[in-house]
Design a binder for this molecule. Structure first.
Ligand code: UDP
Ligand code: MG
Length: 136
């Protein structure tokens, strides 16, 4: 069964002009891009998007980083898309991410790790709705 997930190419990757390389890896791995847009998150939007982490030590730094530059937002579709994208992304910490994953190749550190992917089907639905209307 085809599934949809939300993917963000984060500001650190945008800044280093890695958008094309990351999208190529995503497409080569069989994901179809069902929606795409490009924006600079406001501080308020970044806070809302990462609300789940609001009590974490890293929250303020994360919000500042996510609102510091441009982000590419995509709805990706594939069988088992949520898990498949998480596998392609790799571990949150780039040094721990498996070889060949996007974070292993392009991530800088635990914060500046180039890509976001929804972590569950329920959150994928919420996150897709956050960025796109009428896609699901
Ligand atoms: N993050 C951070 N410091 C940390 C842990 C996470 O700045 O110590 C950032 C990082 O950009 C990460 C995001 O917060 O991708 C969300 O964290 P989560 O644990 O949900 O990791 P993910 O699901 O992105 O792998
Ligand atoms: Mg997460």
């Amino acid at each position: 069964m085809k599934e949809k997930t939300l993917c963000l190419i984060k500001p650190d990757a945008y800044e280093r002009q890695l958008v094309g390389k990351i999208i190529t890896m995503i497409e080569k791995n069989g994901f179809a891009i069902k929606a795409i847009s490009f924006l600079k998150l406001s501080k308020n939007e970044a806070e809302q998007f990462y609300y789940i982490h609001k009590n974490k030590k890293f929250f303020n730094g994360l919000v500042k980083y996510m609102s510091s530059g441009y982000t590419v937002c995509m709805v990706l579709e594939k069988a088992n898309a949520v898990e498949e994208l998480r596998n392609l992304m790799g571990n949150t910490t780039p040094l721990k991410a498996k070889k060949g994953t996007i974070r292993n190749k392009f991530g800088i550190d635990i914060r500046h790790n180039s890509i976001h992917g929804s972590d569950s089907i329920v959150n994928a639905k919420k996150e897709i709705t956050f960025f796109f209307k009428g896609v699901i």
